[in-house]
Design a protein around this ligand. Sequence first.
Ligand SMILES: [Zn+2]
Ligand SMILES: [Zn+2]
Length: 305
Amino acid sequence: MERKQILATTSLLVLFVLLLTNCKPKSDSDEDTLLLLAVAASRICANSAYTGTTVVASTATLDTNTDCITGMTSSMSADLPAWIRNNFKCAVGSVSGSNYVFRSQNIPNNKSYYFGTTSPRYEALGSGQKSAGNNQISSQCFVYTIPSSPSPKSGSLTGTQSGYASVGITVNGLAIFNNAAAPGDTLATEAQTFDQYNGHPQSSGVYHHHSQPINVSNNTADLIGVLIDGYPVYGLKCDNGTAAIGDDNTPGTVGPALDSNHGHTAATVLFPSGIYHYHYALDATATINTLIGSYFHGTPGTVSN
Ligand SMILES: [Zn+2]
Ligand SMILES: [Zn+2]
C-alpha cells in the first residue's frame, strides 16, 4: 500500500515535470490533453502517444514494412481524403473538425550524413558538399494543424518567414523550411550542407527540406507534401495526365505560369478538377529552387514542436 502511494506520487511528479517542460503543442485539443495525461508519465515527448518511442539517431534502422524508421508510428486515419491517406507516411494523420492534424517525429527514412558516422543510417556527403558543423538528426514532436478546405487569403499575404517551426510536411513526414537561411547566410550557400537527399538538420536536430526531397521526387511531378495553408506542393514538374513520369511537364506548359509564390491553379493527377498548388521552383530570395517562396497563398494553420 505504502509502495503504491510512493509510486503514484512519483508518477504524478514525473507527469507534472513533463507537462511543465515538454513541447506541449498550442494546437492540442482537450481530447489530446486527456490522452497526454494518460501516457505522459512514461513518455519523453508530449506527442509521442501518437508517434511511437523516441528514435535514437545513432542506432536508427529502417522498418522495411513501413519504409519508416523503426519505432515510428505511421498511420493515416480512414476519414482523411485519399490524396493524403494514400501518399503520406512516417507520421500520424487525422481529421479534427475543419483541419487535418499531422504528428511527426521527423526522422528521415533516407540515409544521411547527419545520423552520425556510427549510425547504420549514415551516408557520406555528396561530392563538393560540406558538413553543417555538429548538427545531428534528433526526434521531434511536431503537431501540424492544417486547414482542410484552404482558400486564398485576401489582403496582405502571410510571410513564410514569420517564425514557424516548420511551414509544411512532406509525404514522408518531414519538416519543410522556408526560402531563408540562418541569419548571416544565404540559402544558396547553406545548400552546400545538404545531404545526398537534399536535407539537413538545424542546431536542435530538426531535419528539414528547403529543396526537393530526393527520396520523394527527383525533378518529377510527384506530390512532395502539403504546406500549412492546406495547399499541396509538387516537384519541379506539373502533371495533369497520369502517374507516369513520361507526361510530366514544366509548369506554364501545363497550366498557367507560376505566380511569385511558386504556385498556380491547374488540374493534377490527384486533383483532376484543378487546385491551387505549389511547385519546387526557382526562388528569387533563395536564388536556388525551393519548396516555398516568401508568402503563403492561403491562410496558414498552426505548427508546434
Ligand atoms: Zn536549413
Ligand atoms: Zn502545377
